[in-house]
Write a protein that binds this ligand. Structure first.
Ligand code: BGC
Length: 450
């Protein structure tokens, strides 16, 4: 019998974005600055000197953008809330106009029959909180819960799926260990503390939800599976360290209430003894986990790589995306089955998956052909289907991203969108991948059949 890729009934098809990457107008209507506002305006931090000042101008064009979602046939839309729009100082005073923007967006989505999935923190920490130590200050767990509560009270009636954090690994690795992302610190002494406080904050947000919310809450991790370059003891140990550092460092405290032993090996004297009680906070019952998957890494031992002593090995004859990531769809199936084996049968969503390939700055056709991206989507959706067949409870898929946007410190140089954005005119043009995705949605996946 030929394979059919029909997905289970009720499987949710969506797309994702985040606030700083698309909204623009970051200081409008009384919003406070975020650490990304500061970082992007620091000379030398962003490719091309790009900033989120305008981005996709979604703050003003959100209604048109919801029409793009409708044209795609989306059933769900994952977006993030800019904390500093709602609480300009991070705590205390609520900025009603900031809150109103998200209310309008959610109303518009619901009117078009698209289920909102709101992420509370996708990296744009209020600058006022960074001034108080940001993720290094243990009080941030309470600050986050206060903000989360404001959002739950305002929107839980209409938003039925919430996530606390997006990709805490990127926040600590990019923001506190290597400095390529805001707030741009480089310290192995800070990174584990920031990571721990992120997971405490996520736990405190979930606790607040149990008191105020009635639907679903979870947390979103980027999982990048690690495969050994050789079977040598050194490469196997390096692979275990890389996996513990990137994947288990965050999922373990949230779902098992502990850290893997490799972290102490990696961080040495910089690895703190965390109070045992903290794990009561980090480990909360979640209704789902969101998994962002882009690529894998093949790992070898490398003395010079600080502090992991492990580095990735480029694979010959493989397709790499514009962000330098190998296209490796089997890694998504492996990730989903690994997650179930380690953490049990938790409902999972693919909350991000996508690829940057070159598209021209101006789209001249009515539909822009992007065969490499279409191929990536096709292969990864099949990989999700394989995991479902292997018994993993995957409930939905959000493509990254609805449209081309600000790829953080890489600026507008990398395009991940289903829709092309001409950043000079804000014109949106569907790519062939968007058309293909619509066929997949309409056919419940059978458009993937060979
Ligand atoms: C993030 C997105 C980002 C994407 C592509 C994820 O790390 O959540 O904000 O644009 O991957 O790099």
């Amino acid at each position: 019998m030929t394979q059919t890729y029909r997905f289970p009934d009720g499987f949710l098809w969506g797309a994702a974005t985040s606030a700083y990457q698309i909204e623009g107008s970051p200081l409008a209507d009384g919003a406070g600055p975020s650490i990304w506002e500061r970082f992007a305006h620091t000379p030398g931090m962003m490719v091309g000197g790009d900033t989120g000042d305008v981005a996709c101008d979604h703050y003003r064009r959100y209604k048109d953008d919801v029409q793009l979602m409708k044209a795609l046939g989306l059933q769900g839309y994952r977006f993030s809330i800019a904390w500093a729009r709602v609480l300009p100082e991070g705590t205390g005073r609520v900025n009603q106009k900031g809150l109103d923007f998200y209310k309008r967006l959610v109303d518009e989505l619901l009117e078009q029959g698209i289920a909102p999935n709101a992420t509370l923190f996708h990296w744009d920490l209020p600058a006022a909180l960074d001034d108080r130590g940001g993720w290094l200050n243990r009080d941030i767990a309470h600050w986050f819960a206060e903000y989360a509560e404001v959002m739950f009270k305002a929107l839980d009636g209409r938003v039925q799926r919430w996530s606390t954090l997006n990709e805490p690994w990127v926040v600590t690795d990019g923001g506190y260990l290597h400095g390529a992302l805001a707030p741009g610190h480089r310290s192995k002494y800070e990174a584990p503390i920031a990571a721990h406080n992120l997971m405490r904050a996520s736990g405190a947000g979930i606790q607040a939800y149990r008191a105020h919310g009635k639907h679903e809450i979870g947390v979103v991790f980027n999982i990048e599976p690690k495969y050994p370059h050789s079977q040598s003891e050194q490469d196997l140990a390096a692979t275990r360290r890389a996996h513990a550092y990137m994947n288990e460092q965050f999922a373990d405290p949230a779902l098992l209430g502990s850290y893997p032993p490799e972290l102490k090996e990696i961080f040495g004297d910089a690895w703190p003894e965390f109070p045992a009680d903290d794990f009561k906070l980090t480990q909360q019952k979640v209704d789902f986990v969101g998994i962002n998957y882009y690529t894998r890494a093949v790992v070898k031992h490398d003395e010079n790589q600080y502090p992991l002593k492990a580095s990735p090995v480029r694979q010959p004859n493989k397709t790499y995306t514009e962000t330098g990531w190998e296209v490796f769809e089997q890694g998504l199936t492996d990730t989903l089955t690994w997650f179930k084996d380690r953490y049990g049968d938790i409902p999972l969503y693919i909350t991000e998956n996508g690829s940057a390939f070159y598209d021209p700055p101006v789209a001249e056709a009515a539909v822009l052909d992007d065969p490499l991206r279409t191929n990536y989507l096709r292969k990864h959706l099949k990989a999700v289907h394989d995991a479902i067949q292997a018994g993993v409870d995957v409930r939905g898929y959000y493509a990254w991203s609805l449209m081309d946007n600000l790829e953080w410190s890489l600026g507008f140089s990398k395009r991940f969108g289903l829709y092309h954005v001409d950043f000079a005119t804000q014109k949106r043009t569907p790519k062939a991948t968007a058309r293909f995705y619509t066929q997949v949605i309409e056919s419940h996946g059978t458009a993937l059949d060979d």
